[in-house]
Design a protein around this ligand. Structure first.
Ligand code: HSE
Length: 416
């Protein structure tokens, strides 16, 4: 039986969950994969009482001849980047859930892995326990992928679900997510869409073998979504989700993260609470959806163990390290349908003025929602047909200069 020694760098929630997983499922892994996994050394700066050799110097892990797989579980870009590169250069397979380090450095890491004939594996970096990286790389290698829509951030999905299903406002739903341990005390990375943007970059690079600069990904968080938007969206048959989008579009890649109205009948619309799901369209396979827990020790460790098994079986298998250059579509060029919520004065000619500006900027109106009021201000919800974003931006800018619109309350893209 093949014996595989593992070094774990960083023994927080994830690192310790990996060790626990190996202890608990040792026999299952032997029965299913024929590999005897053993955690040999843990690197952590804290004094821990653990049944493994403990060091605070990562070089002791990567210089150990017996260890063939290093699990990097520190998180964040630094010092993880240096450690991952050092381990690859010492000819260790590296397995990591570190979305930030992978999104920012995939090309460098893959080149180092290829040069040293080892594997860099990061299944746990997107969707926690959901198998998505390996299915895209291996199971769907024969298909031409065209579109990926992901609900890849559990925190924001939890908040939006609570807003939608229980009528809570953003601040209350965020507080509840923090109390449950889903959201960090500083929720910026989740609610502003950074976490989802790292994951979008990783999905796009894996699915389209293209180099994606995560900083060029258009990103918008969920803070500006109000209970009004949730309710209007519901009334017209939609739910609001934070989507990570990666798709081919006229020879370019369209990669972005933002809240979107999703038709209630879309498979992703039913993904609620802190669950994640990734919807993939390919040809000839058609649409697929991968669903599960996107965070947490157990699910994340499950993805890490699957990578360790792949690494252990990867003798002489070359890491595909080629990422081609491709232009990212600028957000102004992207064509979408839009939901627009406006506050307008309740007087003659307002609607006519708005539709005239839309017509001038070549924005076609698909639907208008207005409730009867005896007040002086009316809420108008307008849905457009598909239009390049720069046209809509121009129309809204023209409208803001005229007294026909008091306030543009929100503009949300509609996904289909
Ligand atoms: N902060 C992430 C989330 C954790 O909320 O989904 C998993 O990457």
């Amino acid at each position: 039986m093949k014996k595989v020694y593992i070094g774990i760098i960083g023994f927080g929630n994830i690192g310790s969950a990996v060790a626990e997983f190996i202890k608990k499922n040792h026999q299952v892994i032997i029965a299913n994969a024929g590999i005897d996994l053993e955690v040999k050394t843990v690197c952590d700066t804290r004094k821990l009482h653990i049944p493994y050799s403990l060091t605070s110097n990562y070089l002791e892990v990567i210089n150990d001849q017996e260890i063939s797989v290093v699990v990097e579980a520190i998180g964040g870009e630094n010092p993880a980047k240096k450690i991952i590169l050092a381990a690859l250069n010492k000819k260790k397979h590296v397995v990591t859930p570190n979305k930030e380090a992978i999104a920012k450095n995939m090309k460098t890491f893959l080149a180092a892995a290829a040069k040293n004939k080892v594997q860099l594996l990061f299944e746990a970096s997107v969707g926690g326990g959901i198998p998505i990286i390996q299915p895209i790389k291996e199971s769907l290698a024969g298909d031409k992928l065209s579109q990926i829509y992901g609900i890849v951030n559990g925190t924001t999905n939890y908040i939006l679900s609570k807003m939608s299903l229980e009528g809570k406002d953003f601040a209350t739903a965020l507080k509840e997510a923090q109390d449950k341990g889903y959201a960090e005390p500083n929720p910026t990375s989740d609610v502003e869409g950074y976490d989802a943007a790292y994951k979008a970059a990783i999905l796009a690079m894996v699915a389209f073998q293209a180099e994606v600069d995560w900083q060029k990904i258009y990103r918008e968080g969920i803070k500006q979504i109000s209970q009004d938007d949730i309710q209007y969206a519901k009334d017209i048959g939609y739910v609001i989700k934070l989507l990570a989008i990666a798709q081919r579009d006229e020879g370019k890649l369209d990669v972005r993260v933002h809240p979107a109205l999703l038709p209630k009948k879309h498979p992703l619309a039913a993904v609620s609470d802190n669950y994640n799901a990734i919807y993939v369209k390919g040809a000839p396979v058609g649409p697929l959806m991968f669903y599960g827990q996107g965070a947490g020790g157990g699910p994340t460790a499950s993805a890490i163990i699957s990578d360790i098994i792949i690494a252990a079986n990867s003798k002489n298998k070359n890491q595909n390290s080629k990422l081609r250059k491709i232009n990212l579509k600028k957000i102004g060029e992207v064509k979408s349908k839009f939901y627009i919520r406006l506050e307008v004065p309740d007087r003659v000619g307002v609607l006519a003025g708005i539709s005239k500006i839309f017509a001038q900027k070549k924005v076609s109106i698909a639907a208008v929602l207005q409730q009867e009021t005896d007040g002086q201000v009316v809420t108008l919800v307008i849905m457009t047909d598909q239009v390049a974003e720069k046209n809509l931006t121009a129309a809204l800018a023209a409208m803001k200069k005229r007294p026909i619109v008091k306030k543009v309350c929100n503009v949300i893209r509609i996904a289909s």
